[in-house]
Design a protein around this ligand. Structure first.
Ligand SMILES: [Zn+2]
Length: 367
């Protein structure tokens, strides 16, 4: 049964760039058959494509005890990968796009609910656009259509409960210079040299950030990366502009603004040394992390049910948005994150089935 549901889900192409209306219709149908109430929360994405967050409920309420959360979208797949939308079983593994990220979890959640009798209100939440920046979950966090006490967020963790995650922040830094012939540097100002001085300061900031330790994480502090840099127009011209991306992953006990403040202080220092120094910062993402205490009933329940000790991850998940809805959140799901986003993505059958049982127990105990 669970395999049949997963096969149905994998058959529906729900790459983030497409509308997720088809998979939402399927999920609505399945949830209604289980007696659930369904509520759609549509929006149009930045390309004008219709996307839908779907909330389904066992009771017509504004607050639920437990929410199981899975994202409906997947990353793109190679058109030559024949199994991508045709779930295929081989050696105890089910291959297909989304099999582990995160349609396996969704199939397990639906199966769990078929076999459970929740007394208190329960929700299944299906989000859009997780793979392109948690967009759907952020919409729900903004509009708060529901309050949630506990939430289990599906992501491939090999059934290890994840009780905390780092945040994710991104900014583009645009350093201005003045173009001039490189034979006469005094006539201009190189944006590349200026950016290099600022980047030197950022490297010191990265070292300084190690002081604020959060032992549960690996590495146990906020990390910072400059992944892209682009500047100048020719080898013999002083660069008029230099842009670079600054990305940081703050530990959940530190605000996302902290690094921005350090960056602005570094820019202020550069301006003191060079009054002509000009720089713009375009901070486009500030996703907070989340942390649920080790003694949370949800963490303890999932540790017991899986036999796995709770851990942390260094990347962003929808758990942070669930926290905004009031939830103590844990991320868990079948399959290995290292297998996700690849051609040949798969979920092991035994983990998939165990996940359904773990979710059934969670529903039984919390609801
Ligand atoms: Zn995912």
């Amino acid at each position: 049964m669970i395999k049949a549901i997963l096969a149905d889900l994998v058959r529906i192409d729900s790459v983030s760039s497409r509308s997720n209306a088809e998979i939402v219709e399927y999920l609505e149908r399945r949830c209604r058959a289980l007696g659930l109430i369904t509520r759609r929360f549509p929006y149009s994405d930045e390309h004008g494509v219709e996307k839908i967050n779907l909330i389904t409920l066992t009771q017509d309420v504004e607050e639920v005890e437990l929410a199981l959360v899975g994202h409906t979208d997947t990353v793109p797949y190679d058109p030559n990968w024949a199994e991508a939308t045709n779930l295929t079983e081989r050696d105890g593994k089910l291959y297909g796009r989304g099999a582990c990220d995160t349609k396996g979890f969704i199939a397990a959640a639906l199966t769990a609910l078929e076999n459970a009798r929740p007394g208190k209100p329960l929700a299944l939440i299906f989000t859009a656009d997780e793979e392109v920046g948690l967009v759907g979950a952020k919409k729900l966090a903004q509009t708060k259509p529901l309050r949630v006490r506990y939430s289990i967020v599906g992501e491939p963790t090999s059934l290890k409960p994840i009780r905390a995650g780092k945040g994710y922040s991104l900014a583009e830094v645009i350093v201005k210079g003045r173009e001039a012939h490189s034979a006469y540097p005094a006539l201009g100002a190189s944006a590349v040299f200026r950016a290099a001085r600022l980047i030197n300061r950022l490297e010191s900031i990265a070292t300084q950030l190690r002081q604020d330790q959060h032992a549960a994480f690996d590495p146990p502090y906020t990390t910072l990366n400059i992944g892209l840099i682009h500047g100048g127009s020719a080898k013999n011209v002083l660069a008029g502009e230099c842009r670079f991306t600054l990305e940081w992953r703050p530990v959940p006990t530190q605000s996302s603004e902290h690094v921005l403040e350090l960056l602005n202080a570094a820019i202020a220092e550069e301006m003191k040394a060079d009054p002509d120094f000009q720089c713009l910062v375009d901070a486009s993402r500030q996703d907070t992390g989340f942390e649920t205490a080790t003694d949370s009933p949800l963490v303890q329940l999932l540790e017991q049910a899986t036999g796995n000790e709770a851990g942390t991850v260094a990347f962003g998940t929808e758990a942070a948005q669930m926290k905004v809805l009031g939830a103590e959140a844990v991320v868990i799901g079948p399959g290995d994150i290292r297998e996700a986003h690849r051609t040949g993505e798969f979920v092991p059958v035994n983990e998939l089935e165990r996940c359904a049982e773990v979710l059934r127990q969670s529903i039984q105990q919390l609801c």
